[in-house]
Design a protein around this ligand. Structure first.
Ligand code: GAL
Length: 444
């Protein structure tokens, strides 16, 4: 039986939202443009040519949404700051209206008994900084430090929980290697430069928060997957190890002081070109927790392309019917595998699931949404967590992705992940069955 008490009285129960995906009002109150505002301005980049418009209107509806989160009996609320609301040009001049907005969000969380958790960077780089090279230039370290310094000083009195980056592999891999996400850059050298600077900002940002915020609890959020070779042949097994390097180890190991994982992927040594004296040490930070975000399993086989990786993925639709709306495999039992994998590292003291969710087509029937498949998914994830806790893995929080259906990057509005349905035309919220279940489950 699932029972809230089994998770412990200090367990964090939250939802995660993201500035770009939720706020809307990208041109209001002196906000500057981000690379995602730019990328989505071309409808061809987005599935079904969806225009983001006002996303799910969090900029105006934040009170309503925070009250809904509180009514579900959650105890935390994770949101990201929009860099360009605060620094319209990415650096230099501050925008007081943007600064004020996040004070209002934080105060509203506190009034509603939700502990505010801030993510500093959830992918919406200022466009002005991208024009100067974005993550591929080492100057980003100064720009990011200025941003981290301002935000932690400004909000640190009220906010003690900080997440430096959201899924560095997603925004550098998709944005600077594959060109699939903003800013649409491609190629190994763009990727390696962006990756190294990102990893440095991850640790520097955390150091800045540590310096500025008394009693801060600092983490960073990594994407991860359960990776399996298609069969046990030596070549295929090795292909899975390399994919594991990219999906699960690449950003983690340098923060733990282990350097980049070049053991099974010597080609990655190319990243040394971008090193300066002292970088290996500078990449390290003793995080209070590691956030993990597990959505799907990946099955691999050996392949000559792409070079360095020498692996490709067997498309989920060719091997399973258990798919979400985005065509990714729904495989909650993989969570235990990744938790066990992370638990092998001595440097990880505390794991928090900082995002977890699934998208399905949801249909309103007589004003209600009976999203039983989503509920089953979350319940299964919770059971996997309990299994791991019994084995002694220190997992102290579960953040659902996401509170309200929102704008899913390149996939537009089609994938719905929320515990709460949104009608994007009227911005009307309807709590889904999964949300009502959490409300009951988390009742005091
Ligand atoms: C994560 C990302 C979120 C959200 C989610 C669902 O990788 O951090 O912003 O898009 O995936 O796909």
């Amino acid at each position: 039986m699932l029972n809230k008490e089994k998770f412990g009285s200090n367990f964090k129960w939250g939802t995660t939202i993201c500035a770009f995906q939720n706020e809307g009002w990208a041109n209001s109150d002196n906000k500057g443009q981000s690379i995602w505002d730019d990328f989505t301005s071309d409808a061809k980049n987005i599935k079904n040519n969806d225009a983001i418009n006002n996303a799910s209107n969090f900029y105006k509806d934040y009170e309503k949404d925070i009250r809904i989160a509180s009514s579900l009996n959650l105890n935390t609320f994770r949101f990201s700051l929009s860099w360009t609301r605060i620094f319209p040009n990415g650096k230099g001049e501050i925008n007081p209206e943007g600064v004020k907005f996040y004070h209002k969000v934080i105060d509203c969380c506190i009034e509603n008994n939700l502990e505010p958790w801030i993510t500093l960077y959830h992918w919406d780089l200022p466009k002005k900084l991208e024009e100067l090279g974005g993550w591929t230039t080492r100057s980003i370290i100064n720009w990011f430090s200025e941003y981290a310094n301002f935000c932690s000083n400004e909000y640190g009195e009220k906010v003690k929980h900080w997440i430096v980056l959201n899924e560095p592999m997603s925004f550098t891999g998709l944005g600077y290697f594959m060109g699939y996400h903003a800013p649409g850059k491609t190629g190994i050298s763009n990727f390696l430069k962006a990756a190294h600077h990102t990893a440095l900002c991850n640790a520097d940002g955390a150091r800045i928060i540590r310096k500025n915020v008394k009693n801060a609890i600092i983490g960073t959020a990594f994407s991860c997957s359960y990776v399996k070779p298609i069969n046990k042949s030596r070549l295929n097994k090795k292909s899975a190890q390399r994919v594991e390097v990219m999906l699960n180890r690449f950003y983690l190991e340098p923060t733990l002081g282990l350097g980049y994982p070049t053991d099974v992927m010597p080609g990655l040594n190319m990243i040394n070109r971008y090193f300066k004296d002292g970088d290996l040490e500078r990449l390290k930070f003793d995080f209070d927790f590691i956030g993990i975000q597990y959505y799907f399993r990946v099955v691999t086989k050996f392949s000559l392309f792409p070079p360095v990786l020498f692996a490709s993925e067997i498309e989920p639709k060719k091997r399973t019917r258990n798919l979400n709306t985005m065509g990714l495999e729904v495989y909650p039992q993989g969570l235990s595998k990744v938790l066990q994998f992370y638990n092998q590292y001595d440097g990880i003291k505390n794991i928090i699931i900082t995002e977890s969710g699934v998208c399905y087509d949801d249909h309103l029937t007589n004003g209600k949404i009976y999203d039983i498949k989503r509920l089953r998914y979350h319940r299964r994830m919770l059971k996997e967590i309990l299994k791991c806790k019994k084995k002694g893995i220190n997992i102290t929080g579960y953040f659902i992705w996401t509170l309200i259906d929102n704008f899913e990057w390149r996939e537009g509005f089609e994938p719905r992940f929320g515990l709460v349905h949104n009608n994007f035309e009227t911005q009307k919220r309807t709590i889904k069955y999964s949300g009502l279940w959490f409300r009951k489950f988390l009742r005091i």
